[in-house]
Design a protein around this ligand. Structure first.
Ligand SMILES: Nc1nc2c(c(=O)[nH]1)N[C@H]1C(S)=C(S)[C@@H](COP(=O)(O)O)O[C@H]1N2
Ligand SMILES: [Mo]
Length: 527
């Protein structure tokens, strides 16, 4: 029991110390974050997909909690072990620290061996503590034995409790001091880490987005269908889905931020500051972003008004030519401050569509979660092949020469968004009254546009839905259908046709490797 308690305290002390040291090094170098990050990178695509689906943005909390539970189990076991083998127990703590250190220095965004420090100092502190605490317990054990033996030899039994009392007191004092010190270290670490983000926070508050030289036209009045339960046409920033591998949201100071553009066929490489971007012509565009991990009917799609710089113009100034224009690079690899790599076709970025280096989202500087200070957005491509957040580097290369992060994990090299549609209302298993029931939702086929949406009741004929006004072909489009509902159970199904004339396929595929296909259905019971 006391052994397990010593183990738990040692674990707690390790984390407290590691946390405060990571504040001095980098928040990303904290062992939990580093091991979590390494775990994310090594998670097989289907599992990652499953986690995103089931835990959504909470997947990271679940992961960190899981790591803590495993650590706690190790700590308890090492504590029990240390009662009789304190060297081995303490060594075990060091080994755990070693794992954290290796994970931290092996991260793609690692800045060097310094990233091992939080894990190592934490492990040393934990190992020492366990050694000392186990020593106290060991002494208690030995004395009890001694007393037992002397007792057997006929000594006064009154010696026994006093000897044990001293050890217990020593243990309690050491344990309490350790618990208090580790809590202090942990709190200090958190506070310092919070302060580190303050420059970034202040830099975001200072950002004033100039009026765009090329504003977006107003969203047509009829773009939003007037049916309760349909997603808002413009997704508010706080409701916008979030998918990334960052356990700690990068807090980048816009003042210190730089973007380098270099690589194959870049005749004039540049390094740009945030102010350099602000001085260029800003365009404002409504673009719907979709995640390749979105299941049919799923929530990982959102529409925002982005403010940014057109990437094609910038690339042209650097001397980059599209492959169709004889350029030697067919892949543009964006790198983020957290080591993410995202590859887009140069052809798509330069074909005239509004591929942006976005600085603003719905009139605000980008939220930190969505890539402050700068991210990419390319209409028509899934986020994992276009929408690099916290971007800091753009390299022109070829698809043959380089596989970015997700491609190395078996996702497709190229992934245009598939034509999709979703029923937002009625909700699954709703019980509407018989009579006219409004069926409504969204459909998207970014950069192609939506031409038609049809609804089918049970196995009946496809019936054309009413399309809401189109904002642009880069945004989703709402639709509604007045259904004359009869009593009983019914299945509603939707499908869209894009402007190339392609009808959304009923062939069901998984999200991997290039996005889910199939029709969305909702089962309801009409009362
Ligand atoms: N740095 C970084 N950028 C990233 C990712 C990431 O993990 N790290 N995920 C991408 C994916 S898979 C998607 S779908 C979009 C999601 O952008 P959002 O979180 O702003 O909705 O960001 C993309 N950009
Ligand atoms: Mo994604």
């Amino acid at each position: 029991m006391l052994g397990a308690l010593s183990g738990a305290l040692a674990g707690f002390a390790s984390l407290g110390v590691a946390e405060s040291v990571s504040a001095a090094v980098r928040p990303q170098a904290s062992p939990i974050v580093a091991v979590g990050g390494a775990a994310i990178d090594r998670t097989p695509a289907p599992v990652k997909d499953w986690a995103i689906r089931h835990f959504g943005t909470g997947d990271k909390v679940v992961l960190q909690a899981g790591i803590l539970v495993v650590l706690a189990l190790f700590a308890l076991a090492l504590g029990v072990l240390a009662v009789h083998r304190r060297r081995t127990g303490a060594a075990g703590v060091l080994v755990l620290g070693g794992v954290g250190a290796v994970a931290a220095t092996g991260r793609p965004d690692s800045t060097g061996l310094g990233d091992a420090l939080p894990s190592l100092t934490g492990a040393v502190a934990g190992a020492l503590l366990l050694y000392v605490l186990a020593g106290r317990l060991g002494q208690a054990d030995r004395r009890t034995d001694d007393v037992g033996r002397t007792g057997a030899a006929g000594s006064p039994a009154g010696d026994e409790p006093s000897g044990e009392d001293w050890d217990r007191r020593g243990f309690v004092v050491a344990a309490t001091a350790a618990a208090a010190a580790s809590t202090g270290a942990g709190v200090l670490g958190r506070t310092l880490n919070g302060r580190r983000g303050r420059d970034a926070l202040a830099s975001r508050q200072r950002v004033v987005l100039p009026a765009p030289g090329s504003p977006a036209s107003a969203v047509p009045k009829g773009a939003q269908v007037r049916v309760a339960g349909v997603s808002p046409f413009v997704t508010p920033n706080r409701d916008f889905y979030r998918v990334d591998t960052a356990l700690v949201v990068p807090k980048v100071d816009a003042g210190a931020w730089r973007l380098r553009i270099h690589g194959r066929g870049v005749r004039r490489p540049v390094t740009l500051s945030f102010d350099d971007l602000l001085r260029r012509e800003l365009v404002e565009r409504d673009i719907t972003l979709t995640c390749v991990s979105n299941e049919v009917g799923g929530p990982y799609v959102g529409n925002a008004r982005w403010t940014g710089v057109r990437l094609a113009g910038l690339l042209a100034e650097c001397g980059v030519r599209a492959p169709s224009d004889g350029g030697p690079a067919d892949q543009l690899v964006a790198r983020s401050v957290d080591g993410m790599t995202i590859g887009s076709p140069v052809e798509d970025v330069m074909d005239g569509r509004d591929a942006l280096l976005a600085l603003g989202m719905n009139g605000q500087p980008l939220p930190f979660e969505h890539g402050f200070p700068v991210r990419m957005v390319v209409p028509g491509l899934y986020g994992y092949v276009s929408a690099c957040k916290w971007i800091e580097d753009i390299e022109l290369t070829t698809f043959d020469a380089y596989d970015p992060y997700w491609v190395r994990r078996d996702w497709a090299r190229q992934a245009p968004v598939k034509t999709q549609s979703r029923i937002d209302t009625p909700k699954p298993f709703a019980r509407p009254e018989a009579g006219t029931v409004m069926v409504a939702g969204v459909a998207w086929a970014q950069h192609r546009g939506i031409d038609k949406v049809e609804v089918r009741v049970d196995d009946g004929p496809w019936q054309t839905a009413t399309l809401a006004a189109e904002d642009s072909r880069d945004t989703w489009r709402q639709w509604s259908f007045a259904w004359t509902a009869t009593k009983g159970g019914h299945t509603l199904t939707v499908r869209a046709t894009d402007r190339t004339g392609a009808v959304q396929t009923d062939e069901r595929t998984r999200t991997a490797p290039d996005g889910a296909s199939g029709w969305h259905s909702t089962v309801v019971t009409v009362d």
